[in-house]
Design a protein around this ligand. Structure first.
Ligand SMILES: Nc1ncnc2c1ncn2[C@@H]1O[C@H](COP(=O)(O)OP(=O)(O)O)[C@@H](O)[C@H]1O
Ligand SMILES: [Mg+2]
Length: 145
């Protein structure tokens, strides 16, 4: 599935659609080069899930948690991981319990596409805006955003 995202308003709307579909245990895997909008889309999902206020980029902290929401979220940026083994040291599984994981640079954490509940979103530049190539695992059948 291809979604055109010509501007930030389209990004916000797509974030709302995703926020309306996610369930505990899901992963939203955000791939794409630097500057393609991974953090922008994660912020849109977090805001649409009811978070008010700032959404710091997890570039340095790797994980930011939003567990005050009805559906808790974990926003991760795995860019700085040197090996997928470091994911265990972060205690990611504990953070993910009952939550939705929004993952930037998922490949640096070993990737999540093997999980049935993984929604893979590949962002790329398209003219002045962006385009998303969206693929869902078995768990996304019938609820694609
Ligand atoms: N759909 C879009 N159209 C135009 N600009 C966008 C879009 N999505 C994001 N941007 C802009 O791209 C820049 C980089 O976005 P960011 O989310 O930080 O990228 P990434 O996390 O992939 O490195 C930001 O200035 C943001 O405003
Ligand atoms: Mg980013």
């Amino acid at each position: 599935m291809i979604v055109d995202l010509p501007d930030l308003a389209a990004m916000a709307a797509f974030g709302r659609r995703i926020a309306g579909k996610v369930r505990p245990g899901d992963v939203v895997a955000l791939t794409g080069d630097l500057g393609t909008g991974k953090t922008t889309l994660a912020r849109a999902i977090i805001a649409a899930s009811g978070h008010e206020g700032e959404v710091p980029s997890p570039t340095f902290t790797i994980l930011e948690t939003y567990d005050h929401l009805d559906l808790p979220l974990v926003h991760a940026d795995f860019y700085r991981l040197e090996s997928p083994a470091e994911v265990e040291e972060l205690g990611l599984d504990d953070y993910r319990d009952g939550a939705v994981l929004l993952a930037e640079w998922p490949d640096h954490a070993g990737g999540f596409a093997h999980e049935a509940d993984c929604l893979s979103i590949a962002l790329e530049r398209a003219e002045n805006g962006r385009r998303a190539i969206v693929e869902g695992g078995q768990g996304w059948l019938g609820r694609m955003p």
